[in-house]
Design a protein. Structure first.
Length: 236
């Protein structure tokens, strides 16, 4: 988790694999699920999540996953949307949401499940789902989105809140949340999340287009590019 937050993706992937092998040898039922969550985080911040669609589709049917762990539906939805498979993405999002997203069990993967739902709603331009996600996540903006026992960190919850606001067209709110996400991720020393939040903040500023927004967006984008150059492997 710490290697991911430092942008040391190769080291993180090797560590996740070694940890999974030890866990499986020890008979730890969480070994597969935790490895999957770490791999999702690595590929997400590398910009390669779309590669995991077949893996995630298989993981969802693993008997070792908790019956109240819905995070893999969220991960599959984002991965499929990133890969351009809107049908699979919409189906996974619908299964995650059910009749009401608010009824989703408040498990240790609840926050990251909603973060994935926010990203999928943004990619599919599903404003109705984004509005519900925003309502549910608003009390948790001060937290980082962590999977299970902090085995993977996806950065500040202000990021999906800003993303949801961008999807619903609430541009002032989007800018405010994404500005906060940058600051929170800086405080977490989660450098890939800093890059992601700077880029989406720049996007929100460009969409809003107010006085000073375009130069500010250019500065954020340039800062994101500069930070990304320090990573062990550039994002795609």
């Amino acid at each position: 988790m710490l290697a991911i937050r430092a942008g040391r993706f190769r080291e993180a992937e090797a560590g996740a694999q070694a940890c999974a092998e030890v866990g499986q040898a020890a008979g730890d039922l969480d070994a597969l699920g935790w490895y999957g969550a770490q791999l999702v985080a690595i590929r997400w911040f590398q910009g390669r999540l779309g590669e995991l669609v077949p893996v995630l589709d298989g993981l969802m049917h693993s008997p070792t996953l908790s019956p109240i762990d819905n995070s893999y539906y969220a991960a599959l939805a984002v991965a499929a949307a990133k890969a351009g498979d809107r049908r699979t993405a919409a189906g996974a999002l619908a299964r995650l949401c059910g009749d009401d997203l608010g009824a989703l069990p408040r498990s240790s993967t609840w926050l990251i499940s909603l973060c994935g739902a926010a990203e999928t709603a943004y990619l599919l331009q599903d404003a109705e789902t984004a509005a519900r996600i925003s309502e549910l996540l608003r009390p948790f903006g001060h937290l980082p989105a962590m999977a299970s026992l902090a085995i993977a960190c996806f950065g500040s919850v202000h990021y999906p809140l800003g993303t949801a606001a961008l999807t619903t067209g609430e541009l002032d709110r989007a800018v405010a949340h994404l500005r906060a996400a940058v600051q929170h991720n800086l405080a977490l020393a989660h450098w890939p999340a800093v890059v992601f939040s700077r880029r989406r903040h720049a996007e929100a500023l460009r969409h809003r287009g107010g006085p000073g927004d375009l130069p500010a967006a250019d500065r954020e984008a340039a800062a994101a590019d500069e930070e990304e150059r320090t990573f062990s492997e550039p994002a795609r």
